[in-house]
Ligand binder design. Structure first.
Ligand code: SAH
Length: 214
């Protein structure tokens, strides 16, 4: 099947059918070539309804999870966004289509380098990739209008809350090592509000304000 056809089907059967409504998110998921972020042997599975391995024991999230998290960031186009967990760079590309400037932190250098090559090739030049521990955020570029964490955390890291602009949205899976709840945290005048968007399962966020690396 042609990739574009596969993407349209993915959007209909996996995203719209499960309640994703943001037209800009749906349009972007129809457009970004997810298969370009995978190794050759997995390309035929690129638009299937599940996560896939990307090397270094990490995974590219299920398309629905990418759409759900992106929708919860409520992007309109003018935002400065921080992503923790670049991984394959697929979610980064989605964000690059939907906001003005993206900073994405990855702790594994080889994954960041691979993602950089693919993002360059596809022409995403509003993205800055950083290698390091994303649980401390990126103070020199704060505040961010939106922050997305694509690895599971024991708690909401305080530095990320501190680096949110007023009204900014942080989307992060919080729970134990095996299952988490997807949380949307919004910074408001009085502090923060938290909304539980449902259960999920992510690889672990390792670092100073995440899980210990063992
Ligand atoms: N969004 C990615 C998902 C990658 S999986 C994609 O679409 O492909 C989560 C990633 O988070 C892994 O690559 C892992 O190495 C990274 N990670 C885990 N802890 C991290 C930390 N403290 N800082 C930065 N990246 C981290």
């Amino acid at each position: 099947m042609e990739f574009a056809t596969a993407r349209n089907r993915m959007v209909e059967s996996q995203l719209i059918s499960r309640g994703i409504k943001d037209e800009r998110v749906l349009e972007t998921m129809r457009k970004v070539p997810r298969h370009s972020f995978l190794e050759e042997a997995l390309v035929s599975q690129a638009y299937n309804d599940h996560p896939l391995p990307i090397g270094e024991k990490q995974t590219i999230s299920q398309p629905y999870m990418v759409a759900l998290m992106t929708e919860a960031l409520e992007l309109q186009g003018h935002e400065k966004v921080l992503e923790i967990g670049t991984g394959s760079g697929y979610q980064t590309a989605i964000l690059a289509e939907l906001a003005e400037k993206i900073y994405s932190i990855e702790r594994i250098r080889s994954l960041s380098a691979k993602a950089q090559r693919i993002l360059d090739k596809l022409g995403y030049f509003n993205v800055v990739l950083v290698v390091g521990d994303g649980t401390v955020g990126l103070k020199e570029e704060a505040p961010f209008d939106a922050i997305i964490v694509t690895a599971g955390s024991p708690d909401v890291p305080q530095p990320l809350v501190d680096q949110l602009a007023m009204g900014g949205r942080l989307v992060i899976p919080v729970g134990d090592r095996y299952t988490q709840s997807l949380m949307q945290v919004v910074r408001v005048k009085e502090g923060i509000t938290k909304t539980d968007l449902g259960g999920c399962r992510f690889v672990s966020l390792l670092g100073q304000h995440g899980w210990e690396d063992s």
